[in-house]
Design a protein around this ligand. Structure first.
Ligand code: NOJ
Length: 564
């Protein structure tokens, strides 16, 4: 049973995170990712929408997060679930209207929650006006210079201009048809063919995105999550890689289309835009880089504020590996003075409950809860992905006919392996209440949901878990309450590792002044371990709290928070 032993009155800090104007609010913010399609369906059409988000903001307030990141809700043909934007200043009718977006921002602010929106600058939709015109006007159209159009190789231009592969499988180029029906130039798309890459060497592209930033800042958003932040600039001349299987190199190697030094000038120019506005508006980079040092470049003082730590997300459940990644990340961020931004799940990866399961869902959930307590005890900011507070597992048996992820289609179409193709499994609409699907996701029992939910999710709904001692939801709420109140938690630059048995992580965080210190112990082994109690147990991820002074036993795959 999880219990909270700290003095609950201490939770009401006079200036809690989420209070507008708190300097450096983002350095230790807990930010909750809403995937609008799957969060809450206000109009009952089976697809989540902004009215749904608005109605459920109080859940996020009660959970205790500081800010909400909304995945794209812009006008889009939905070839990649909204990451194919046709109009950066309009809301897709399936999500609502600009008035709804404005209402979400206002309501969130009234609750003391900040709003971060997704910005997709690497590519747009093939239905974006610029691209449609570029195609219609044919070769030589000035609008083609805003994208990467090239003649093909081979006698008839029948081969792609270079050997780059799409992240979703297959070539990163698609051949166009000229207005007269003859085969034409090729255009670059690092993702789906419906997502042409912008040419960021073109001044009109740079101007347009500074203007888009201002459009949303004027509406009151508190920041931007920047999609494919590492991809905007391509190596000059678009050189071949010289090898196939490029997917396996992502995030491990230097590539001519990712993490080029030229991207940083763009973020410096965006920082000046963000600083025109009061209240520390932020940018968070989705940047997959080979090393944490390369990630740190995105958060130099004159660039963005945060960058997701995908090295932490990718680490397996192993004490040594986790400690290595944590040290490495903190060491990399210290010289640039930025917080580390921890994350365990998002809409692109298998949920951490399932990632850590090794075939045993109960073990996966135990480890996921422990991993979350580990993450929330580390210095810096942390992102949560909707549904992880309910301990939702990945849905691994979706019928192919229900799937919408372009990665699934492109990889199964060309028989490639290596891409998980399973991103729909973490995007299933979340359960709120009731015993019949869609479990409160939509307004009507028995109503639709765009992906089917497992029957077992009735027992995992917000309603089912609220007030249930030991539920994952209550664990998250308690953890966020303690984190907010404890003077040693939140921002910081380092942890102090303590001696611990093999397979156990133990670290101290110092409060400074005369506040209590804090210790987190994580048993990553499958066996109970005997530990010298470092203090008074505050919170345990699973099972009974270790009690007593002197030696205590910590259960397998658990984390414990201690007041020292
Ligand atoms: C990263 C986003 O998180 C993912 O969902 C999307 O498919 C790609 N970028 C392309 O925009």
């Amino acid at each position: 049973m999880t219990q909270y032993l700290a003095d609950p009155s201490a939770a009401t800090a006079p200036e809690s995170p989420g209070t507008p104007g708190r300097p450096g609010w983002w350095r230790d913010a807990v930010i909750y990712q809403v995937y609008p399609r799957s969060f809450a369906d206000g109009n009952g059409d089976g697809m989540g929408d902004l009215q749904g988000v608005r109605a459920r903001l109080p859940h996020l307030k009660a959970l205790g997060v500081d800010a909400v990141w909304l995945s794209p809700f812009y006008a889009s043909p939905q070839a990649d679930a909204g990451y194919d934007v046709a109009d950066y200043r309009a809301i897709d009718p399936m999500f609502g209207t600009l008035h709804d977006a404005d209402a979400v921002i206002r309501d969130a602010h009234e609750l003391g929650l900040r709003i971060i929106v997704d910005l997709v600058p690497n590519h747009c939709s093939d239905q974006h006006l610029w691209f449609r015109k570029a195609l219609a006007e044919g070769p030589g159209s000035p609008l083609r210079a805003r994208f990467h159009f090239r003649p093909g190789q081979g006698p008839d231009g029948e081969l792609p201009p270079n050997d780059w592969e799409s992240i979703f499988g297959g070539p990163a180029w698609t051949r166009t048809e000229n207005p007269d029906g003859t085969p034409g130039e090729w255009y670059l798309h690092l993702f789906a063919a419906e997502q042409p890459d912008f040419n960021w060497d073109h001044p009109a592209v740079r101007d347009e995105f500074r203007s888009v930033l201002r459009f949303w800042l004027d509406l009151g958003v508190d920041g931007f999550r920047i999609d494919v932040a590492h991809g905007l600039v391509k190596a000059a001349g678009l050189p071949d890689l010289g090898r196939a299987g490029q997917l396996k190199l992502l995030g491990n190697d230097v590539l001519p289309f990712f993490d080029q030094d030229g991207v940083h000038a763009i973020y410096r120019s965006w920082r000046t835009v963000l600083e025109e506005y009061p209240g520390e508006r932020i940018g968070v980079a989705e940047a997959w880089t080979p090393t944490t040092e390369r990630t740190a470049r995105y958060v130099r003082p004159d660039e963005l504020h945060q960058a997701f730590n995908f090295h932490f997300l990718g680490a397996e459940w192993d004490a040594e590996r986790l400690r290595e990644v944590i040290d490495d990340s903190l060491d990399a961020m210290r010289p640039v003075g930025a917080p580390t931004t921890w994350v365990l799940s998002n809409h692109d990866v298998v949920r951490h409950t399932t990632r850590y399961a090794d075939g045993d869902p109960a073990r996966g959930l135990r480890r996921a809860r422990a991993a979350t307590l580990l993450m929330l005890a580390l210095p810096g900011s942390a992102y949560l992905y909707q549904g992880e507070e309910l301990g939702l597992p990945e849905v691994t048996d979706l019928p192919d006919g229900a799937r919408q992820d372009p990665a699934f289609f492109r990889t199964s179409a060309d028989g490639q392996t290596g891409q998980d193709g399973l991103r729909d499994g973490c995007r299933v609409p979340i359960p709120w209440a009731g015993t019949e699907a869609p479990y409160g996701f939509g307004p009507r029992a028995g109503g639709p949901s765009w992906l089917p939910q497992p029957e077992s999710w009735a027992g995992l709904s917000v309603e089912a878990q609220t007030g249930r001692p030991g539920s994952t939801l209550e664990l998250y709420r308690e953890a966020l309450t303690v984190r907010r109140a404890h003077p040693a938690l939140g921002a910081g630059e380092s942890v102090e590792w303590l001696a611990a048995p093999d397979g156990v992580l133990a670290f101290r965080r110092r409060a400074g002044g005369d506040g209590p210190d804090f210790v987190c112990t994580v048993n990553t082994t499958g066996e109970p371990v005997a530990l010298a109690a470092p203090g008074r147990a505050l919170l345990v991820s699973d099972g009974e709290l270790p009690r007593g002074e002197g030696e205590v036993t910590q259960a397998p795959d658990t984390a414990v928070w201690w007041a020292v």
